[in-house]
Design a protein around this ligand. Structure first.
Ligand SMILES: C[S@@+](CC[C@H](N)C(=O)[O-])C[C@H]1O[C@@H](n2cnc3c(N)ncnc32)[C@H](O)[C@@H]1O
Length: 707
């Protein structure tokens, strides 16, 4: 393989994301539901209209609901329809009654949005289609999956959110596993962050139950503590590990238990921790990541709670006090303007300051101190708090454009003849093809063993558990959460499959729009086809380059389509950063400085050598790759003749080990021929891969000499 990651000169344009999942708690929901028990979440609500939220112009502060045994928070309901994402039904304005799904998702719907002609009777049970079909959208990537197979429900009883395991790893969620057989019988985890057995179910509390801002601060504190500890130990002083203390209330002026959740994702905040970059009104919240693109539900401002609070603030506040206090606060927070209510026009700061509540004032149940003092993060903290892996759409497999996809690859010839498991000597494995189909003679299959054979890791997504983490000088990287064996499949590189023309278009457009972006995600898949993992990907997009990598890209034929497997080159310890050699195929000069820190670092992520001479890189055309393959073929043959075998076995070796040496063009062009099948199996080789990977015989001497 010459160029895993290609043409990093530029990249792609933004793609739309689907917006089909809703479940949100807005500040007024918190207020209006404060005295409702969490159990209400499973009761059907009818006749609840948004306007009724505002019916009481001066609602008194209500007592927080009692916490249930076991510290269960009351995750308050939202009254935004999960389908149309509005409080008031846009399909039929008269039908803005909401009903609650009594299945596991506990979402609310307008009845027309739920596909019903009328509101169900009080004694009728409503279960939404997703819960009936036991498939839900992941609350992070929005992709649908089968319950307890692809997506898993948060373990909090009243939380109806589902997640892919891999999506959770982006949110610092601790996952434990219980064996599937006992998954429903016991809630006690057997291990934390350990490789689960094949049949285990993840148990976790999703990010919706923790304030995102406070969590980031805790993590930062922990990191600092660890760094201090490490420094102390380096200096020879040993100290017992000091448990870092969280920072409850650092930004919250009180210990709040209620969280408001983003309409688009599970990110939640204490009201007093909502950062400047988020948006909210009394019906819903959009987190810092979604505020720029998503839309808050319609709010009838005139009748809104927000409007009432603002007018009360006008009435009650001594404006001069507010201005002085706010100025003080601003100068303390590096002139970070404070966020009064809408967060829209910060340039009109002075005007807004006149509406800010003083810390002492408590109006209409809103904790004024909380609003006043803590709606913004100091500038110094903002970068840290927002340092989370960039968002992308998580997918589990390659995404093809149905109108323009790579042609299928012809079969490499018949079935393997393995009898129990397809191990090292499996013919399909040797020709870089995964087994498919089962032993049932009626179905198409290339393997008599069936679904349990050992050569189906990619199609069965037997990926290693990993998580994104900052890697010094390289942005985000990917660390493994489990020990990896040499030769083990780590993960598949997935994204959108695009043609060469599309790749070039995207590269150009991205370069124009983001001239300073150093990150590139396009990888070669097969001649003329590429994988773009910038916006649609899995965790593999975070793997960085190293000149001394611990992984390699293996193109593998899975059911007639090429897929790029990332395979371990050596044993990799838990916690190690994963890497492979990008061999960037680029005409640009010194732009791609490598910071891998390896002993023999090339200093660049580009491929070296090539046909350009004088170290100048050129893009390899298909015919160049072809020529290289033929040259390599001759070298292999010569190597076998000269060194690898004793005199008397040479002729045999060349004939057998280099199958098709009489018709090498055909062999290189078409891959393994059925007539070469036996020698491929006997010698464990497949020369066609030289065309893609440049693997060399002299480096396989140990293996050959074993024969
Ligand atoms: C596929 S992305 C890897 C994930 C990326 N680090 C991120 O933060 O999203 C490739 C980009 O990571 C950076 N990178 C990867 N390996 C690097 C290295 N060894 N030295 C410097 N930058 C590296 C480069 O900006 C490169 O274009």
């Amino acid at each position: 393989m010459t160029s895993p990651l290609l043409d990093p000169e530029a990249e792609i344009t933004a793609l739309g994301e689907s917006n089909d999942e809703v479940n949100n708690i807005g500040p007024s929901e918190r207020k209006n539901n404060e005295n409702s028990s969490g159990l209400e979440a499973t009761e059907r609500r009818s006749g609840r209209k948004r306007k009724t939220n505002n019916a009481d112009p001066d609602p008194k502060p209500k007592k927080q609901p009692k916490k249930e045994k076991g510290g269960e928070e009351d995750l308050n309901m939202t009254w935004i329809c999960a389908e149309c994402r509005e409080a008031e039904c846009l399909m039929r304005p008269e039908a803005d009654e909401l009903l609650v799904c009594e299945g596991s998702c506990v979402r609310v719907f307008h009845y027309p949005c739920a596909g019903l002609l009328k509101m169900p009777a009080k004694d009728e049970t409503y279960v939404c289609r997703d819960c009936t079909e036991k498939r839900h959208a992941c609350s992070i990537c929005k992709e649908y999956g089968v319950d307890d197979d692809d997506v898993y429900k948060c373990s909090k009883p009243k939380c109806g959110l589902f997640f892919h395991e891999s999506c959770l790893s982006m949110h610092n969620v601790d996952v434990s596993y219980i064996p599937v057989a006992s998954a429903f019988a016991s809630a006690s985890p057997i291990s934390t962050l350990e490789a689960p057995s094949d049949r285990s179910k993840p148990i976790f509390t999703c990010p919706a139950h923790n304030c995102w801002t406070c969590t980031q601060l805790e993590l930062k504190k922990e990191e600092e503590d660890e760094a201090k500890e490490a420094a102390l130990q380096k200096g020879g002083k040993t100290k017992g590990k000091k448990k870092s203390k969280a920072l409850p209330g650092f930004f919250c002026s009180k210990k709040e238990s209620t969280l408001v959740r983003c309409l688009e994702c599970p990110i939640s905040y204490h009201i007093s921790c909502i950062p400047l970059s988020a948006k909210f009104h009394e019906l819903a919240t959009l987190c810092h990541e979604h505020s720029a693109h998503a839309k808050l539900p319609e709010l009838d401002l005139e009748n809104s709670f927000q409007q009432q609070v603002e007018s009360k603030a006008d009435k009650y506040l001594a404006q001069s006090n507010a201005i002085t206090a706010s100025r003080k606060l601003r100068s303390k927070n590096n002139n970070n303007p404070c966020f009064p209510f809408s967060g829209e026009d910060l340039s009109k700061d002075e005007e807004k300051i006149s509406h800010i509540l003083t810390p002492e004032t408590d109006i209409s149940g809103v904790d004024a101190a909380c609003l006043f003092s803590t709606f913004c993060l100091p500038c110094t903290m903002r970068d840290e708090v927002h340092s989370k892996p960039p968002q992308y759409k998580h997918v589990q497999s390659l995404q093809y454009d149905p109108r323009n996809k790579p042609p299928r690859i012809a079969d490499s010839g018949g079935q393997c003849d393995c009898s129990d498991s397809c191990g090292e000597r499996c013919y399909n494995r040797l020709v870089f093809t995964e087994c498919f189909g089962d032993s049932n003679k009626n179905s198409k299959s290339n393997c008599p063993v069936g679904a349990n054979c050992g050569n189906r890791s990619i199609s069965q997504r037997k990926f290693v558990k990993c998580k994104p983490q900052r890697e010094q000088g390289k942005g985000w990287g990917l660390v493994t959460l489990e020990k990896i064996r040499q030769g083990q499949l780590v993960i598949e590189y997935v994204g959108e499959v695009i043609s060469k023309t599309m790749k070039e278009k995207r590269l150009q457009e991205w370069a124009m729009e983001h001239p300073n972006d150093p990150n590139f995600y396009i990888m070669a898949l097969s001649p003329g086809w590429f994988i773009d993992a910038r916006e649609t990907a899995n965790l593999s997009r975070f793997i960085n380059h190293s000149c001394d990598p611990n992984c390699i890209i293996h193109p593998i034929n899975v059911g007639g389509q090429m897929r790029n497997a990332i395979v371990a080159l050596r044993e990799i310890a838990r916690g190690e950063f994963l890497s492979y050699d990008y061999h960037f195929d680029t005409q640009q000069g010194d732009r791609f400085v490598c910071r891998c820190g390896a002993k023999h670092c090339r200093g660049t992520m580009k491929q070296t050598g090539g046909k350009g001479g004088n170290g100048k890189e050129v893009l390899k055309s298909a015919s160049d790759i072809w020529e290289d393959a033929k040259i390599q073929f001759e070298k292999d043959k010569k190597f076998l003749e000269d060194f690898a075998f004793e005199e008397e076995t040479r002729r045999f070796a060349v004939r057998e080990v280099v199958p098709g040496s009489e018709g090498k063009d055909e062999l290189i062009a078409n891959g393994p021929q059925p007539r070469n099948r036996n020698s491929v199996i006997r010698n464990g080789i497949f020369l066609w891969r030289n065309a893609v990977q440049g693997s060399r015989f002299d480096q396989r001497i140990a293996r050959l000499s074993l024969k």
